[in-house]
Design a protein around this ligand. Sequence first.
Ligand code: SF4
Length: 64
Amino acid sequence: MKIRVDPDKCQGHARCYDLARELFDVDDYGQSSVIVDQVPAELEDNARLAIANCPEYAIEIISE
Ligand code: SF4
């Protein structure tokens, strides 16, 4: 699985970061980014949780 954060949608709530620190980082401006190229299989549930909890629908699955 590959995921990305749409920088135009992200509003910096950092929920993704709180839910899955292994997958996301947030910069000083609150912009989130994905820090892994490929989501490890054991973290796919965390990725889906972050996707479901992003209020801006900013996290996208690029490939399953
Ligand atoms: S939860 Fe969504 S809007 Fe908030 S920092 Fe993460 S990607 Fe951005």
